[in-house]
Design a protein around this ligand. Structure first.
Ligand code: G6P
Length: 579
């Protein structure tokens, strides 16, 4: 989490219109506080969002500056704890994404040498560390010593007052150099500059770079200069960039799903087809197929397991943060890692761990050239286009579409072609009634969602949406498990959403069981009595996507009724790059 952006330019840039505009594109990585520093020594920072900050500062002009948008880990959300941080002489400024694990030990050491610390953060040690090292070393030597001494994860930008140059260092947190016509960007991800250039160089772990207005050089941890490749990336931006027709990105992105799923289908039939065939072969020929992911991507992976199991392929999934504790991996294992951002630290860590044990790695990512993609043997892109709202909506759907497609190639029975039109139908036919339901449910404290088989992962995904965006405690659970405890919480009027795919009579009975105890049961079904219209036939895999789309809309309209910050819910970030 946290986003960092630095710009270095031949002439001057505007801090507001260039630097902070770029930083704003990374705001989904965290939005607790914001700040910048330039080579003239100007520094401004504050808590809150970037647009408010932009209104509060004058428009500085500079040729070189760094900036940061924070998701707090060490130290509360205060102006002092915001980045950039500086040394006691206030001539070295740093921004950091990641966690310095041995900061307490280093801080003590630096304090004993006379350094004064003013924040509660781990990151503040960086500027003091360099101040100390630069007393006797060149910057290259100081960076080498930093990489040797520091335990933890970091993407760091450093500037020195009066020097037109940015130093950038990376380990385990993402960092990329953007090559635009008149300037270089250093940023957490390509989205910071993808409106300006599609040329980028990705940092690998323990690499650093020195970037001047007219040149850059990369080094390994021993200070040897490296020759790096320039990548040209393509983003599926099309007509989806503007939010102006919608009050929030979340509803815009929900409405985009017919288009974004169609775009993915076209690419799976077209330029990605060869990769799909290779992955299908790997799935068929591996002794063990395991998925890993976090958040919504995990619920998509659960569906992947369901689809593969239906066609006789044994597969399992495990949340990435617990992967190493509960999963056996060897050289006959195929790991399928799913991540929208491709940067989620737990997913990247689990994947590296599996790779070290000889597993083959397949990934499904949305962000091209992301870390996960780069450490995979084969990576499918889900082509959802940039997703700005913290809530995963269109990216979840496209992950499921990709998994359905893979399963379809391997023998799962489904008509893939109709997915976009069925999503369109569900949105158009149900949006108004969902608004009414949102008015009824918005002040509830708890909502339960029950599902079975095909509808169990959607029950979890819906609950996650309700928790993160509408701040309602929600539990998605297996219908069959309800009577083993949770049913004790059902009181007259408790909302229970029952997801009933096809003619699942057991699921129907579970709904009846809670109804008998006074629950307000809301049914989402395709072949039985339903409160919503879903136009798919019996046991169609599309039910999983369509029921989640209803959950997305319900969440959105509840959050709207409650006046919540829909696109940037409290305490969350879209890309979680710390453990
Ligand atoms: C965060 C986001 C979720 C997302 C999860 C996994 O928690 O708020 O929306 O599902 O990370 O992210 P990934 O990029 O790995 O799919």
């Amino acid at each position: 989490m946290c986003g960092i952006v630095g710009i270095i330019n031949e002439g001057n840039i505007s801090v507001k219109n260039d630097l902070l505009k770029s930083l704003k594109r990374l705001e989904y990585r965290g939005y607790d506080s914001v700040g910048f520093a330039d080579v003239q020594g100007n520094v401004e920072k504050d808590i809150g969002e970037i647009s408010k900050f932009m209104d509060s500062i004058k428009d500085y002009k500079t040729s070189c500056a760094i900036s940061h948008t924070r998701w707090a880990t060490h130290g509360g959300v205060t102006k002092t704890n915001s980045h950039p941080h500086w040394n006691s002489k206030k001539n070295i400024f740093t921004v950091h994404n990641g966690i310095i694990e041995n900061y307490e030990e280093l801080k003590k050491e630096l304090i004993s040498k006379g350094h004064e610390f003013i924040t509660e953060t781990d990151s503040e040690i960086i500027s003091h560390f360099f101040d100390e090292e630069l007393k006797s070393k060149t910057m290259i030597e100081a960076i080498k010593s930093f990489i040797r001494r520091i335990k933890g994860t970091y993407a760091i930008l450093i500037i020195e007052k009066g020097k037109n140059r940015i130093y950038a260092i990376k380990k385990d947190s993402p960092l990329v150099l953007g090559l635009a016509k008149d300037r270089f960007y250093l940023a957490s991800d390509i989205y910071a500059f993808s409106d300006n250039t599609n040329k980028a160089i990705f940092f690998e772990d323990e690499e650093f770079a020195i970037v001047d207005p007219d040149r850059y050089s990369f080094y390994d941890l021993n200070g040897n200069e490296l020759k790096k490749s320039i990548y040209e990336f393509t983003w599926a931006i099309t007509q989806e960039e503007s939010v102006k027709d919608y009050p929030h990105y979340m509803i815009k992105e929900i409405h985009e799903q017919p288009i974004s799923s169609q775009r993915l289908l076209n690419s799976l039939d077209g330029e990605q087809h060869e990769k799909v065939a290779k992955i299908a072969n790997l799935i068929k020929n591996s002794k063990r197929v395991v998925f890993t992911a976090a958040g919504s991507s995990y619920y998509a992976s659960l569906l992947g397991v369901y689809f593969l199991n239906r066609i006789g392929i044994n597969a399992h999934t495990l949340i990435a943060s617990e992967f190493q504790n509960f999963m056996l991996v060897d050289k006959d294992t195929l790991l399928i890692a799913i991540s929208q951002s491709g940067e989620t630290m737990d997913v990247v860590t689990a994947t590296k761990w599996a790779r070290e044990r000889g597993a083959k790695i397949v990934s499904l990512v949305n962000v091209p050239h992301s870390t996960l993609q780069r450490i995979s043997d084969i990576s499918l892109e889900i082509h959802a286009g940039p997703e700005i709202s913290v809530a995963a909506t269109k990216t979840f759907t496209n992950q499921v579409v990709a998994l359905l497609y893979l399963s379809y190639i391997l023998g799962f029975s489904i008509n893939m072609k109709t997915i976009p039109e069925k999503i369109d139908y569900v949105i158009n036919e149900n949006e108004e009634s969902i608004k009414h339901l949102a008015n009824e449910l918005y002040d509830k404290k708890d909502i339960y969602i029950i599902g079975r088989g095909l509808s169990y992962p959607p029950s979890r995904e819906m609950a996650l949406k309700l928790k993160e965006i509408s701040y309602i405690h929600a539990e998605g659970m297996m219908g069959g498990e309800l009577k083993h405890g949770t049913i004790a919480l059902i009181e007259p009027g408790t909302p229970v959403i029952a997801l009933i795919p096809g003619k699942d009579f057991d699921m129907h009975s579970n709904a009846k069981e809670v109804e008998a105890r006074g629950a307000r049961v809301i049914k989402i079904a395709n072949m039985m009595e339903s409160d919503f219209k879903i136009d798919v036939t019996i046991n169609d895999g599309k039910f999983a996507i369509l029921s989640v789309v209803i959950g997305q809309l319900l969440t959105y309209y509840i959050a709207r009724k409650k006046g919540l910050p829909i696109d940037k819910p409290r305490n969350l970030a879209k890309s979680v790059t710390v453990k």
